[in-house]
Design a binder for this molecule. Structure first.
Ligand code: B12
Length: 245
């Protein structure tokens, strides 16, 4: 089976390639690639950086959808569907706006992918995709893996993204995170998992970590603290630091 993963851009403007911002490795793509069995032939296209070859043969397309990429994701999905290719969508927007997203996809995945992605793959292989896949489970973050080899050859910003935890326990109603994770919060169990020492596939000298972890310096191992002093920096993000930090 041939699976095509597509990272949608935030939008397109006629005559302009792309608004060149935030071109970092998209972690949901690396995660889906790692979850996919090895006998599936995976292609990946990043709409932020390159034209999507809609006519390249594929059996299924999977697209992560955030609210800010939803419109573009629907355009991409429509192009593939016009060619008879089934589309699966998941992510924050797909979970929060399931009915809307379902108009543009054969299948919508609600919740975290880890415990349900194999069902999607199996059903796609047998040509029996369900309209909706829903997972309430919260997978053990110690077991979560990313296949970053899928990004080889692309010139992303030299930032290594490390996922240190998921969710937030604060009830800020403007924030999608507390809704998506139902006000739960969990972290990778070993504090060293946050560090480059345990993320060998990251080569970059700069980490994107949640700001709070940098404030709490001692929670980062000595090697990463040295890195921080040597000039790595954390890129704060509206969600976490608004939420009680
Ligand atoms: C890292 C990050 C960024 C980075 C992006 C890095 C990159 N790779 O390009 C930066 C800092 C640049 C960024 C910017 C923005 N971000 Co941001 N960001 C995040 C953050 C912190 C982590 C996302 C991530 O990679 N998670 C790790 C992956 C593995 O987890 P995940 O995305 O949740 O995916 C899981 C499930 O959703 C599901 N899943 C996801 N996709 C798919 C697809 C399929 C097919 C399936 C089956 C499942 C599935 O399975 C995954 C594993 O369980 C989240 C908040 C958070 N804590 O989640 C916000 C978040 C995604 N960002 C958000 C926003 C709003 C923005 C901005 C628009 C903010 C702004 N106003 O500028 C910009 C947009 C930038 C742009 N132009 O593209 C919102 C999106 C809300 C929404 N309703 O969609 C979030 C959720 C924060 C929030 N408070 O609500 N962001």
């Amino acid at each position: 089976m041939r699976l095509t993963l597509v990272q949608p851009a935030i939008g397109r403007k006629a005559g302009v390639n792309y608004m060149r911002t935030w071109q970092m490795e998209p972690l949901p793509i690396a995660l889906l690639a790692a979850l996919t069995p090895k006998d599936v032939d995976i292609a990946f296209h990043d709409d932020r950086m390159e034209p999507i070859p809609f006519d390249r043969p594929t059996d299924i397309v999977a697209i992560p959808v955030e609210t800010y990429t939803a419109k573009r994701a629907y355009q991409i999905a429509s192009e593939f569907r016009r060619r008879g290719v089934p589309v699966v969508m998941g992510g924050f927007h797909a979970t929060l706006m399931t009915d809307e997203v379902a108009e543009y996809a054969e299948a919508v995945v609600v919740g975290e992918a880890e415990d349900i992605w194999m069902d999607v793959i199996d059903d796609a292989r047998s040509g029996r995709l369900r309209r909706m896949y829903s997972s309430n489970s919260q997978p053990d973050l110690a077991k979560v893996r990313y296949d970053r080899s899928i990004f080889r050859g692309r010139r992303y910003l030299p930032l290594g993204l490390v996922e240190t935890g998921r969710g937030c326990r604060f009830p800020c109603d403007f924030c999608a995170i507390q809704t998506f994770f139902q006000r739960t919060s969990r972290h990778r169990p070993d504090r060293h998992d946050r560090c480059r020492a345990r993320v060998p596939e990251i080569r970059e000298e700069t980490f994107l970590l949640r700001r709070r972890q940098f404030r709490r310096g001692p929670r980062i191992c000595a090697r990463s603290r040295r890195g921080a002093q040597a000039g790595w920096y954390s890129l704060g993000h509206a969600d976490e630091h608004q939420c009680g930090a």
